[in-house]
Design a protein around this ligand. Structure first.
Ligand code: WT7
Length: 661
C-alpha cells in the first residue's frame, strides 16, 4: 500500500547555503549541480567512466563501463582491476598523507588512540598477512563481530586487501542471528573481540560467538580470531581460537594487495526485508568504492583539514561507507567512536566535537531527538554549553528528520551557519542517493531535496507510470548506478523479485519507500516504507522476523507486529500476541510480556524487543483468515477505527486489543 502521508509538506521555510560555504564547495551552486546532472543525462556511461577514472586508482583500467547484458544483474567497470584497501591506504602514502592522522579513536571512557595513514597501512598489512597465514584467501567469506575500534576498521580493510568478502554483524545481534549469518554466508572465520565497552558496561562478544557456533550448522567455520579489547576472562577453544596479537605481531608490515575485478564482492551485509530471513546484500568493489569516495567529496565536501565524524556503527551500512571506506578513500581524518551518546552524560557528542575539533558531523535523527529531550531535562548538556565552532557541516541519516528536530539541530548545533545534508539512502544503494549538496541546494527542513548527479530517481504509481509532482507514489531508480546492490547472496531470485519486480517492468529499482515531490521545487520528501519493514531508531527490521521470533516461543500461538509512531525512536514495535493458554491479564500479562520481550532479544537482539505487547483471544482476521494489519496499526496508535471492517470475521476482537491487557 502506498503511504501518502504528507508529513513535512506544509514546511515552507527555505535555508540557503551560506555564501562562504558555496564559494569553496566541491559542487558550488545550483548551476554546477545542474551541469553535472546534464552531463549524466547526455552521456550516462561517459559520465560514470570519467568519474571512475578520476576518483579511483585502477591496477588494470576498465574498457567496459556498464554491462546490461544480464539485467537486472548489472556490472560496472567489469574488466577493470583494483584493490579497495590499496585505494584507501597505499594511495594515501603515495599522496603525501603517510603522516596524516587517518583515525582518531575515542574510547567509551574517553581515552584517545590515533593512527596515521602509515600506521593504519602497517596494521592492515599485518592483519592481512595474519589472515593469509590461517589459509584465508580471495573469495572466502569472513564474519566480523567487533566493537567500534581501529581494529574493526582494520579487519574490514584487511579482508579487502586479500580479496576476502567480509560480512560485518552488528555487535547487538544475538548468538542465533550471528549463527544464521555465518551459515548463510558460508564464512570460514569470525573476527571478534573478548568484550565491548558501551556506556561503562562490559558486554560479551566472544562468548556470543561461542554460543553461535555451539548452536551448530556452521560447517564452513574454521577460525575464531579474537581482539583483546578489555582483557576480560573468556573461554578459549584450542585449535580454533587465536588472539589477534598472536596472529599478527610477527607478520611483515607489507602485504601485496590482491588485485580483484571491479565486480568482486567486497562485502555482504545482512538487512531486513518484508518477508523471510534477513537478506545478504552483496556489494561490489569498484562501483561501491567510487560512490563512497565521490559522496565524501560531493555530499560532505571533505577538505584536507576536515575532521569527519560519522556516529554510526560499522555493523550498519553507514559505518561501512562513511567510516571503513569513504573517509579513507579520500584521505580524510575521521573519528571512530566506541561509546554511546548518553555516557558519561548526554553532552558526550558535543564534548567530543569540541575535544577533537570535528568539522563535519553525521548522525541520526533518533540521536538528535533523544539529545533534545536530555537537554530539556538537564540544561547542562545543552549544546550551547560547548564550543562547537569547529563545525562547518551537519548530516542526518537513517530515517526521516522531522522539521522540529531539523531546526533544533540547525540552530543549536550548527549555530545557523552549517548546512544540513539530510541524506536518503539504503543498505542496498551503497551510498547517498537523495540529499542536498551543502554548497548548492537551498534546504527545506524535512526534505532530502534532490537526487545526486547521475542518480535517476523518480516517483511512480503501482503500474510503474510516473506520477505528477505533488502526488505521492513509489520511489524508484530508473537507471542502474555503480554502487547499487549486485544480488542477494545465494538468492538471485529474491534479488529480482524484491528490487526489480515485474509489475514495474523488471528494470526499475524499487526502493521500498513511498515519496512525494513538491509541486514547485520538485524536492523529494520520503513518506516512509511501503512494505512491512520498520525503522526503529534508524535500525531496520522486518515485522515478519519479529513475528517468527515470537511464535518460536512455545507459549505463543500467533503474533502480529506493527510499527507505532514514536517521538524519539521514529517508530516503535507493537506486538499483538495470542497465547496457547487463556489470555492473561493484570500482573500475569505484565510478567509474560516481559518474558516475551526478553525472548525476542535472545532470538534476534535487544534492538528487536517490542516496546509494547498486547494479548488477545485472537487477531482481527478476514473470513479467509488473513490478519488485518492496517487495523492493528490504528489500534497501536490508540486511534479509533473508522475504516470499513465489513470483511472482518471477528469485529469484537478490536475492543479487546485497544489497549494493553
Ligand atoms: C531505509 C534504509 C541510509 C543508511 C542507513 C539506513 C530510511 C534512510 C533516510 C532519510 C528518510 C530515510 C528509508 C530507507 N531512510 N535515510 N534521510 N530520510 N528516510 O539504511 O537500514 O538500509 O534503511 O531507511 O526508509 O529505505 P537501511
Amino acid at each position: 500500500m502506498v503511504n501518502q502521508d504528507n508529513q513535512g509538506l506544509q514546511e515552507n521555510r527555505v535555508f540557503a547555503p551560506p555564501a562562504e560555504f558555496v564559494a569553496n564547495a566541491a559542487i558550488s551552486g545550483m548551476d554546477a549541480y545542474n551541469k553535472l546532472c546534464a552531463e549524466a543525462a547526455g552521456d550516462y556511461e561517459g559520465f560514470w567512466a570519467r568519474l571512475a577514472r578520476e576518483n579511483l586508482d585502477w591496477h588494470k583500467p576498465f574498457t567496459s563501463t556498464l554491462d546490461e547484458s544480464e539485467a537486472p544483474f548489472y556490472k560496472w567497470f567489469a574488466d577493470g582491476e583494483l584493490n579497495v584497501s590499496y585505494n584507501c591506504l597505499d594511495r594515501n602514502l603515495k599522496n603525501g598523507n603517510a603522516g596524516k592522522t587517518a583515525i582518531i579513536f575515542e574510547a567509551d571512557d574517553g581515552k584517545v588512540t590515533r593512527a596515521t595513514y602509515q600506521e593504519l597501512y602497517e596494521k592492515v598489512c599485518k592483519f592481512a598477512n595474519g589472515l593469509k597465514s590461517r589459509g584465508i584467501k580471495k573469495g572466502d567469506r569472513v564474519v566480523i563481530y567487533m566493537p567500534m575500534s581501529i581494529e574493526g576498521v582494520a579487519a574490514m580493510q584487511a579482508c579487502a586487501r586479500i580479496g576476502a568478502t567480509h560480512s560485518v554483524v552488528f555487535g547487538g545481534f544475538s548468538a542465533k542471528s550471528l549463527q544464521e549469518r555465518i551459515i548463510d554466508a558460508g564464512a570460514v572465520a569470525v573476527i571478534t573481540a573478548d568484550e565491548q565497552m558501551r556506556g561503562g558496561k562490559h558486554l560479551p562478544l566472544k562468548t556470543i560467538v561461542d554460543e553461535a557456533l555451539a548452536l551448530g550448522g556452521c560447517t564452513t567455520m574454521k577460525d575464531v580470531i579474537v581482539y583483546k579489547r578489555t582483557g576480560g576472562n573468556i573461554p578459549f577453544v584450542e585449535g580454533r581460537d587465536t588472539w589477534l596479537h598472536d596472529l599478527v605481531d610477527a607478520q611483515p608490515a607489507e602485504c601485496e594487495p590482491e588485485w580483484v575485478g571491479a565486480e568482486h564482492p567486497l562485502f555482504i551485509l545482512y538487512t531486513s526485508g518484508s518477508t523471510g530471513t534477513p537478506k545478504g546484500v552483496q556489494h561490489s568493489s569498484g562501483g561501491y568504492l567510487l560512490w563512497a569516495a565521490l559522496t565524501m567529496k560531493w555530499t560532505f565536501d571533505l577538505k584536507p583539514n576536515d575532521v569527519f565524524w560519522c556516529t554510526a556503527d560499522i555493523g550498519w551500512v553507514t559505518g561501512h561507507t562513511y567510516i571503513a571506506y569513504g573517509p579513507l578513500a579520500v584521505g580524510g581524518t575521521e573519528i571512530v567512536f566506541e561509546g554511546v551518546p548518553t555516557y558519561p552524560n548526554a553532552g558526550r557528542f558535543w564534548e567530543t566535537i569540541d575535544k577533537h575539533k570535528v568539522s563535519i558531523f553525521y548522525t541520526a535523527p533518533t540521536a538528535i531527538r533523544s539529545l533534545i529531550k536530555a537537554a530539556d531535562v538537564d540544561p547542562k548538556v545543552h549544546p550551547k554549553n560547548y564550543d562547537l565552532s569547529s563545525l562547518r557541516l551537519l548530516g542526518s541519516v537513517g530515517e526521516p528528520i522531522n522539521p522540529e528536530a531539523w531546526m533544533w539541530y540547525y540552530k543549536n548545533v550548527g549555530r545557523e551557519k552549517c548546512p544540513i545534508v539530510d541524506t536518503f539512502w539504503q543498505t542496498e544503494t551503497g551510498g547517498h542517493m537523495i540529499t542536498p549538496l551543502p554548497g548548492a541546494t537551498p534546504m527545506v527542513p524535512g526534505s532530502c531535496t534532490l537526487p545526486l548527479p547521475g542518480i535517476m530517481t523518480a516517483i511512480v504509481d503501482e503500474a510503474g507510470q510516473d506520477v505528477p509532482n505533488g502526488q505521492g507514489g513509489i520511489l524508484v531508480v530508473k537507471r542502474p548506478w555503480p554502487s547499487m546492490i549486485r544480488t542477494i547472496w545465494g538468492n538471485p531470485d529474491r534479488f529480482k523479485t524484491s528490487y526489480f519486480p515485474e509489475e514495474l517492468g523488471g528494470r526499475m529499482y524499487l526502493a521500498g519507500d513511498g515519496a512525494i515531490r513538491n509541486k514547485e521545487t520538485g524536492y523529494f520528501t520520503i513518506t516512509g516504507r511501503i512494505d512491512d519493514v520498520l525503522n526503529v531508531s534508524g535500525h531496520r527490521m522486518g515485522t515478519m522476523e519479529i513475528e517468527s521470533a515470537l511464535v518460536a516461543n512455545p507459549i505463543v500461538a500467533e503474533a502480529a507486529v506493527v510499527g507505532k509512531p514514536d517521538d524519539t525512536t521514529g517508530e516503535s514495535i507493537c506486538a499483538f500476541v495470542v497465547l496457547k493458554q487463556a489470555r492473561p491479564t493484570g500482573e500475569e500479562a505484565k510478567k509474560l510480556a516481559l518474558e516475551l520481550r526478553n525472548w525476542v532479544a535472545k532470538e534476534i537482539g535487544p534492538i528487536a524487543k517490542p516496546k509494547e505487547i498486547r494479548f488477545g483471544d485472537n487477531l482481527p482476521k478476514t473470513r479467509s483468515g488473513k490478519i488485518m494489519r492496517r487495523l492493528l496499526r490504528v489500534l497501536a496508535k490508540g486511534e479509533t477505527i473508522t475504516q470499513d471492517v465489513s470483511t472482518l470475521e471477528n469485529p469484537a476482537i478490536l475492543e479487546q486489543l485497544k489497549e494493553a491487557s
